[in-house]
Design a protein around this ligand. Structure first.
Ligand code: COA
Length: 165
C-alpha cells in the first residue's frame, strides 16, 4: 500500500524502511531505551509496518502487531521532531485504521504516556474495564541483555516498580 499527500507518502513496503533510523529513534525513546538493533529488525519482520516518507527519507513510523483477523496492537509510533505538528501522525493513524488487512478486528490496543488525544481522534478510548486486563512488563529487558551480552536473560519475577509503558 502506498498513498501520497503533497510531498509525503505512507507505504507498507518493508523494503523502503530505514531500519537504521528506526533503531536510532527507538533506542532513545521513552518506551524502548537501549533496544538492540537485532530486536528492532525482528520486530519489523513480525509486524505490518507503516513508513512515512518525504522523498526517500523516512520521517515517521508505526508498527502493527497483528494476526490480521481478530486483534491489532499499535506500537513504536513516531514522527521525527522536525516533522511534527503538521498532521503526519494523525494521517498515519488514519491510514493504519483504514488498511484493508486490519478490518473487522475485535480489538485494537495500545499503550501511551501522553498521546491519548491523537489516538482518540481515530477511535481509541480509555480501557473500559481495567479489572479484566493483565500484563507482564519487563522494563529492564534491554539493559540486562546489554549487560550480560546474551540476547534474552531470564526476567525477574513480577513485582518490580511501575514505570512508563
Ligand atoms: C505522537 C506523534 C507521533 C504525533 O505526531 P505529529 O505528526 O506531531 O501529530 P499530528 O501533527 O498529526 O497531531 C495530531 C493531533 O494529535 C495531537 N497530539 C500529537 N502528539 C500529541 C501528544 N504527544 N500529546 C497530546 N496530543 C498530541 C496534536 O495536538 C494534534 O491535535 P490537533 O490537530 O487538535 O492539534 C509525535 O509527536 C511523536 O513522534 N512523538 C514522540 C514519540 C511518541 O511519543 N510516540 C507515541 C508513542 S505512543
Amino acid at each position: 500500500m502506498e498513498i501520497r499527500r503533497g510531498r509525503f507518502e505512507i507505504s507498507t513496503n518493508p523494503a523502503r524502511l530505514d531500519r537504521g533510523r528506526i533503531h536510532e529513534f527507538l533506542s532513545t525513546s521513552y518506551w524502548a531505551p537501549g533496544i538492540p538493533r537485532e530486536v528492532v529488525d525482528r520486530s519489523i519482520e513480525g509486524s505490518v509496518c507503516f513508513g512515512v516518507y518525504e522523498g526517500d527519507a523516512q520521517v515517521g513510523f508505526a508498527r502493527i502487531i497483528t494476526d490480521r483477523a481478530t486483534f491489532a496492537y499499535v506500537a513504536d509510533v513516531f514522527v521525527l521532531e522536525s516533522h511534527r505538528g503538521q498532521g503526519l501522525g494523525l494521517w498515519l493513524m488514519e491510514t493504519i485504521r483504514a488498511h484493508p488487512d486490519l478490518q473487522g478486528l475485535r480489538r485494537w490496543s495500545l499503550v501511551t504516556r501522553d498521546a491519548h488525544a491523537l489516538y482518540r481522534r481515530v477511535g481509541f478510548a480509555d480501557v473500559s474495564n481495567p479489572a479484566r486486563w493483565m500484563e507482564i512488563v519487563d522494563r529492564d529487558v534491554y539493559r540486562r541483555s546489554a549487560a550480560s551480552g546474551r540476547p534474552s536473560p531470564p526476567a525477574p519475577l513480577p513485582g518490580g516498580e511501575g514505570g512508563e509503558p
